[in-house]
Design a protein around this ligand. Structure first.
Ligand code: IPM
Ligand code: MN
Length: 359
């Protein structure tokens, strides 16, 4: 297969983990005879500094022309601490999602047996937990009408975000949820806040209407506050959960506590144009340049990329290599066993590339 990949390394630890992601992608392509070409493009704080736009037109074109985008992370503290900044790196990520029509964000939450002790939760609770969060990615509060903090006529400062959803937006993401559930353990949990939010009542209404089309899937409904609790009380309850943009953002960070590290969770964003594969974590500016960031979320995003194109063997060899690295304690500091040798970003990546080449 021929694959054109747009490479958006972004900020913070982005370029370091991207280097390893690309090395793994190339190693797998070489092993299985695929022809891959890369085009690097600017995004995030980096792009603001260079061209004044966190998602420049040139980057958009590179994404549109590619078969897939491999994305690392964006964000920089100089913007985080300035609420008045007119342009922010995160707007680049949001613009990419919106412009590419990436409405479905697939976030698997899995456990690795050898890492269950890294979870702050009890071993017997998290062992074997394995679910997928399907997060709606181009709607809700992230994109609804906004008003930045402004002083109103009574002299009170106010701000607004609107949690807007339309029926077609809700229906298409629910159907993605059902498709995933069908390929898995046939259990879909629709997470909403229908006891309070009108937008959630639309979600529930649409779900109740279409669930009859999926009689082989067991559908249940859960309020998001309850889901947040259930996730740490009994994570094995979940198979596929589907939810709106904001709830999905929050719940998947919580999900990383089940796995044991933010550095282990990949994701795929799909929709009407080029799919994007990216870790769920941010740019971790404090870790930048120190060769300590975990490259596994990025590397597992590459596995998801291959699997998206139906290249199962290619995905499987990456997963096998990642598991082997963990089993053999080739780990970055945050998941290394006490007293064990700490491997850097580069060393973990190189070990995995080597495993792939030699297997
Ligand atoms: C994520 C991130 C982004 C989000 C930020 C960086 C805009 O937290 O991908 O989960 O909130 O969607
Ligand atoms: Mn997030």
């Amino acid at each position: 297969m021929k694959l054109k990949i747009a490479v958006l390394a972004g900020d913070g630890i982005g370029p370091e983990i991207m280097e390893q992601g690309v090395a793994v992608l190339s190693a797998v392509a070489e092993k299985y005879g695929h022809e891959v070409s890369y085009k690097e493009a600017l995004c995030g704080a980096h792009a603001i500094d260079e061209v004044g736009d966190p998602f420049p037109e040139e980057t958009y074109q590179a994404c549109k022309e590619a078969d897939a985008v491999l994305f690392a992370s964006v964000g920089d503290p100089k913007f985080d601490n300035d609420p008045t900044a007119k342009v922010r790196p995160e707007q680049g990520l949001l613009a990419m999602r919106k412009k590419l029509g990436l409405y479905a964000n697939i976030r698997p939450v899995e456990t690795f047996d050898c890492l269950v002790h890294k979870s702050p939760l009890k071993d017997e609770l998290v062992r074997g937990a394995d679910f997928v969060c399907i997060r709606e990615l181009t709607g809700g509060m992230y994109f609804g009408e906004k008003q930045e903090p402004t002083v109103n006529a009574e002299g009170i400062e106010e701000a607004l975000d609107t949690n807007y959803y339309s029926r077609p937006e809700v229906e298409r993401i629910l159907r993605v949820g059902y498709q995933y559930a069908r390929q898995r353990r046939k259990h879909l949990t629709v997470v909403d806040k229908a006891n309070v939010l009108a937008s959630s009542r639309l979600w529930r209404k649409v779900a109740q209407e279409i669930m009859g089309e999926y009689p082989d899937v067991e559908t249940d409904f859960m309020y998001v506050d309850n889901a947040a609790m259930r996730m740490i009380q009994d994570p094995r309850f979940f198979d596929v959960m589907v939810t709106e943009n904001t709830f999905g953002d929050i719940l998947t960070d919580e999900g990383s506590c089940i796995t044991g590290s933010m550095g282990l969770l990949p994701s795929a964003s799909t929709g009407s144009s080029t799919p994007v594969f990216e870790p769920i974590h941010g740019s971790w500016p404090q870790g930048k340049g120190l060769n300590i960031a975990n490259p596994l979320a990025q590397i597992l995003s590459v596995a998801m990329l291959f699997e998206y194109f139906g290249l199962e063997k290619e995905g499987a060899i990456i997963r096998e290599a990642v598991n082997a690295s963990l089993d053999q304690n080739v780990r970055t500091p945050e998941i290394q066993v006490e007293g064990g040798e700490k491997y850097g970003t580069k060393e973990v990546g190189a070990w995995i590339v080597n495993y792939i080449k030699n297997s």
